[in-house]
Design a protein. Structure first.
Length: 265
């Protein structure tokens, strides 16, 4: 059974792109209630997520979004990208994160918020991704996982931890980055409050899940070392699963933490 609930996106100022996090939450609640029709709620063993990557959702200590999400397609943070390039040599940055610095990634967007919306930045408790925001709405917990973290430009693929060096260079507060867990981690359970809206029983386990690109690797069967696939569509990529990042001297490869614990995609 499959259900789709649409929501909008705002494109403006040429290369800016935003979505309202509450639209995501409403879509999750509407679609989940429809999926539950004809199903015994107690038979739902767990709920999990695949979500868009490389965004920036600023939330307060209650989990409320303080502004619309700056999504993956938004490229406004060019100046912030350049600052990181000046602070950390390209080769070192690439070998920490598995990526080049880019305004498409999360930490540059958070730097932009700090530079241009300082009052909102001061109120920010955590920076989350799309699925992490929904997990927070369901459980009340502020966490993220390795696959989405590797789309921030602030994650060390060698240690599977936030890069203190890059965060320090960015000038943003370290405490804004949530604790990290594997994609298979049970982030918490559905709260009584969330149950009123999503229809799931209180206490239903919530598995945090992963970023959409790495979940696609699972769907394609690329779940063990050496398994490779090619995705063809409106965009295209070739992806393989490894145990260590694949670095290229011309920085052409991109490396992500897989949703399968311990692997790279």
């Amino acid at each position: 059974k499959s259900v789709t609930e649409p929501y909008g996106v705002r494109f403006f100022h040429g290369n800016w792109a935003e979505q309202a996090p509450l639209d995501w939450w409403n879509a999750v609640c509407i679609s989940t209630n429809r999926l539950l029709e004809g199903i015994e709620k107690r038979d739902v063993l767990a709920i999990s997520f695949s979500g868009q990557m490389m965004g920036c959702v600023c939330v307060d200590a209650e989990g409320n979004a303080l502004r619309d999400a700056i999504i993956w397609a938004d490229m406004r943070a060019y100046e912030q990208e350049q600052r990181l390039r000046e602070q950390i040599p390209m080769e070192r940055f690439y070998h920490i994160t598995g990526h080049r610095p880019s305004s498409s990634y999360s930490i540059e967007k958070l730097m932009w918020v700090k530079d241009h919306e300082p009052d909102l930045y001061k109120k920010t408790f955590k920076m989350l991704h799309a699925k992490d925001y929904i997990v927070c709405k369901l459980t009340g917990n502020f966490i993220s996982e390795y696959s989405d973290a590797s789309g921030t430009n602030a994650f060390d693929l060698n240690t599977f931890a936030w890069s203190e060096e890059i965060i320090e260079a960015s000038g943003v507060r370290r405490e804004l980055f949530p604790d990290l867990v594997p994609s298979t981690h049970v982030a918490g359970t559905v709260t009584a409050e969330a149950s009123k809206y999503c229809g799931l029983l209180p206490g239903t386990p919530v598995v945090i899940g992963g970023g959409d690109g790495m979940c696609a690797s699972v769907g394609a069967g690329s779940i063990s070392e050496g398994k490779t696939y090619n995705c063809l569509g409106s965009s295209s990529w070739i992806s393989t699963t490894t145990r260590k990042p694949i670095f290229d001297k011309e920085y052409r490869t991109f490396n992500w933490a897989h949703v399968v614990p311990g692997l790279i995609g």
